[in-house]
Design a protein. Sequence first.
Lengths: 318, 101
Amino acid sequence: MRPGRTIYVRVEAPASLDLFGRADLRSAASHLLSRIRRHSRRANVGIRLDLSRVVEIWSPTALMIRAEIDRAIAGTRVAKPFLCVRPDDDRMDEVFAQIGLYDSIDEPCEVNSDRDDVKHWRLATGVLSEGEQGGSMLESYKGRLADRLERGLYEGIVEAMTNTVHHAYEGSHGNRLRHMIGKRWWLLSQERDGLLTVAICDLGIGIAESLPRSGTFTVDAVRQFLKGNGLSSNDANAIRAAVELGNTRTKIAGRGRGLHDIVEAANLSAGGSVMIGSNRGVFTVADGKSYARNFDDSVRGTIIWWVVRIADNEQDGA
Amino acid sequence: MIDVAADFTRYPGGRFRSDGKFSGQRFRDDYLVPKLREANELKIILDGTMGYGSSFLEEAFGGLARLDEFAAQDLATRLILETSDPSLRAEIIEYLTAARH
């Protein structure tokens, strides 16, 4: 190989892209993220991203893939870091176009979707805790979300942005992860079948590592919470600690309320839910109940997503 | 009087100035503090924005109570909080109170 010549490694996406459902699908999707991450750090190596087999994708997973690709592009010195084999499935092709993936990898694309379950995907990214991007995204559903729910989602989004900017990329580990991308978050909304999904993610150190250093709760408070509830120290239980300590200890001078605002938004919608995924852990709150789960592999970051009911859009006839 | 949506932003943001343009710290230092220097009572119209994250509120109002300039115990009466959301008023009072302890 001549110096500077780019060789392309084929990275194939599985047919189903779902990081937070079945364990086998999680493993395949996280392997995709891992390969993108690993190969993008190699000198003179580009990635031939093969999406041809993809037939289904969940919006939180789409968001994390887009985030990982953005970081790969920011960190590489390869002039054309990605080549792409687009999905055989037209709907999937339109989804990737809709979330700006082709634009980000400089793949020519003229696809514009008219499908109701595709055209409502919206994506934004930033490095500050500024509400306008999240607010204007929510305003596009004006009149279809109850006022209190719209406000709750906005407050959850802004707190998630603030957590990212303050805590997600802290320390020497966080410093490496944010190289070339800053303290970046990615935000996506999707509407389908009367449900609105709003997801926000970062590629930082994860809640288990950031919680003790955030100062929001003391290390002792977290340790006592886990011990008092007979919980082992793992990613899912770290999320649980951040949620439940935030619910019960709101009067903390100079500090926020942990993940309290983030969970609160889901409680404002009948049948609403919030899922928080961080590294190996997932913590879900739905119908007043919570569930914690750990997977074998890590998504290397944190994602929060809300699912709430939304009124029909008469203009779309949906 | 401060009408947050009209005078500041419809999109309140994070805690510190470094978080972005419409932070709680900026709202406190550039809006609340100067107005409180001018008048004994300050009406704040909170409706009309998209919402307020707890970091914004804690820094703006909890931070106000932590300043030496104002008698913290008086702030709950000097600030006239106008909002259609009682839980928002309660949260702000909580931050004003907690910051004094």
